[in-house]
Design a binder for this molecule. Structure first.
Ligand SMILES: *Cc1c(COP(=O)(O)O)cnc(C)c1O
Length: 410
C-alpha cells in the first residue's frame, strides 16, 4: 500500500462575508445588505447559545419526531446484488420531509429577533407548507408568495398552507411561476423589514442563509453518523442525496466531510433530456454565475440570465445551486451526477414494491443513483441514502403519467 493520497481536512466555511471559496457571498442592493447583516449578526450570537440549541433540539424531538430512524433496505440490497443500502428516513418527519428542520430554525430565529411575520416564496408548495407549519407552532404570521400558475397546479399544498393559517399571495406577472414569486416576496419584504423575516427554503440566497440552513439541517448527518456506527460498527462507504438547492444533501454530508473513507454523491435531475430547458443539472452543465444574491454554478444563457429549468420532481428544478456544493464540486470532495425522469420513476416504484416505502420523486433521484453505485461498489460495502421526503404528494401524478408501465388497472 504505497499509494496513499494525503487527505486535506475540510476548511471552516464560509468566511465572515459568506464566501465558500469563490462562491456564495452577498451580491445584493445596500438596503437588503443591511437587513441580511442584521440577520447574520443575530444568528452569530444565537448559533452557539445553549438555550437556543436546546430549544431547537426539543422541537426536533417532540414536534418533528427526531431522531429519524435509519432503515436497512435488505430486500433492495439483495435484489441489486451489491452494496448494502441504508436509508435515512427524513420522510418520517412531521410534514413528511427534511424541510421542517430548517423552517423551525428560521422561525425560532425570527421569534428571537422580535419579528411578527415570516415571508417566503414557494414553487410546488413544499417550502410553503413547512414554513406555514413552523409559523403556526410559533405564533407567527406567514405570507407565502406563489405564482398563479403554480397555485392552480399545486392545489393540495395551497389548501394545507391555508388550513395552517398562512396567507397564499399569488404572483400575477410574467410567467407567474417561482421566479415571479421570488420577485413579489422580496418586494413585499423590503417594504417592512422590521416586523417581517424572509425565510429561504434551501442552502441558497445571500449570506447568512446558505450557512444557517446548513447548520439547521446538519442534525441529519450528526444523527446518521452515530446511527450507522451503532448499526454496522463502521461508517458508510458512500453517501447519496438529491440536490435541488442542496439542503438535504449538505445536511447529510456535513458530519462526514472529514472522514476520508466516506465518498459522497449529489444527484441532480437530468429531466427529459440535456436540451436547454429540459433539465436542472446545474453542477453537471452549469457555469459559475450569479442568481438571487449569491454566486454558484448556474444554468444561464449568453447574457448570464438564469435559464428555464425542468424536472419531474418540482423540488429539484432550480437553475442555481447552493454555494457550498459549488465549492465541494471544485474541491472534488463530492461527485455530482444526474438522473433522468424515467430512472427516477423506476426507483420510485422499486422502493415502493421492494420495501413498502413510497419515496418523494426528489428522493427517487438519489435512490436511482444509489442503485447504480451499489453495483459498482459491490458486496461488503454500504451506501447511506438520504430519503429526503415521502411520496404521497406525487402518487396521483406518477400513476396518471407513468402508471401504465407499472400498474395493471382492471
Ligand atoms: C424541496 C425538496 C428537495 C430539494 O431541496 P434541497 O434543498 O436540495 O434538499 C428534496 N427532497 C424533498 C422531499 C423536497 O421537498
Amino acid at each position: 500500500m504505497s499509494e496513499t493520497k494525503t487527505f486535506v481536512p475540510y476548511p471552516e466555511v464560509p468566511d465572515a462575508q459568506g464566501n465558500f471559496g469563490d462562491y456564495g457571498g452577498s451580491i445584493i442592493p445596500p438596503q437588503l445588505k443591511a437587513v441580511m447583516d442584521e440577520i447574520s449578526q443575530a444568528y452569530e450570537e444565537i448559533r452557539r447559545d445553549p438555550a437556543f440549541i436546546e430549544e431547537l433540539q426539543t422541537l426536533y424531538t417532540h414536534f418533528v419526531g427526531r431522531p429519524s430512524p435509519i432503515f436497512h433496505a435488505r430486500n433492495l440490497s439483495e435484489h441489486l446484488g451489491g452494496a448494502e443500502i441504508f436509508l435515512k428516513r427524513e420522510d418520517l418527519n412531521h410534514t413528511g420531509a427534511h424541510k421542517i428542520n430548517h423552517c423551525l430554525g428560521e422561525a425560532l430565529l425570527a421569534k428571537k429577533l422580535g419579528k411578527r411575520k415570516l415571508i417566503a416564496e414557494t414553487g410546488a408548495g413544499q417550502h410553503g407548507v413547512a414554513l406555514a407549519t413552523a409559523a403556526a407552532l410559533m405564533g407567527l404570521e406567514c405570507d407565502i408568495y406563489m405564482g398563479e400558475v403554480d397555485i392552480a397546479k399545486e392545489h393540495p399544498n395551497v389548501v394545507r398552507m391555508k388550513i395552517l393559517g398562512a396567507r397564499v399571495i399569488p404572483a400575477t406577472h410574467g410567467r407567474k411561476t417561482l421566479k415571479e414569486a421570488v420577485d413579489a416576496a422580496f418586494e413585499a419584504y423590503l417594504k417592512d423589514t422590521d416586523s417581517q423575516m424572509y425565510a429561504i427554503g434551501s442552502v441558497v440566497g445571500p449570506h447568512p442563509f446558505p450557512m444557517m440552513v446548513r447548520d439547521f439541517q446538519s442534525v441529519v448527518g450528526r444523527e446518521a453518523r452515530g446511527q450507522m456506527m451503532e448499526m454496522t460498527g463502521r461508517l458508510p462507504d458512500a453517501l447519496v442525496a438529491c440536490v435541488g438547492g442542496g439542503s438535504n444533501a449538505i445536511g447529510l454530508f456535513t458530519a462526514f466531510l472529514n472522514d476520508p473513507g466516506v465518498a459522497m454523491y449529489g444527484v441532480e435531475p437530468a429531466g427529459r433530456s440535456y436540451e436547454r430547458g429540459e433539465h436542472a443539472a446545474t453542477l453537471t452543465l452549469g457555469k459559475p454565475g450569479v442568481i438571487h444574491g449569491f454566486k454558484c454554478y448556474l444554468l444561464q444563457d449568453e447574457q448570464g440570465q438564469p435559464e428555464e429549468v425542468y424536472s419531474i420532481a418540482s423540488g429539484l428544478d432550480y437553475p442555481g445551486v447552493g454555494p457550498e456544493h459549488s465549492f465541494l464540486k471544485d474541491l472534488g470532495r463530492v461527485q455530482y451526477h444526474a438522473i433522468n425522469d424515467l430512472e427516477a420513476v423506476d426507483a420510485f416504484f422499486q422502493l415502493s414494491r421492494r420495501e413498502g416505502i413510497i419515496p418523494a420523486l426528489e428522493s427517487s433521484h438519489a435512490l436511482a443513483y444509489a442503485a447504480k453505485l451499489a453495483r459498482e461498489l459491490g458486496r461488503e460495502t454500504s451506501i447511506l441514502v438520504n430519503l429526503s421526503g415521502r411520496g404521497d404528494k406525487d402518487v396521483d401524478f406518477v400513476v396518471e403519467h407513468y402508471g401504465k408501465k407499472y400498474i395493471t388497472l382492471d
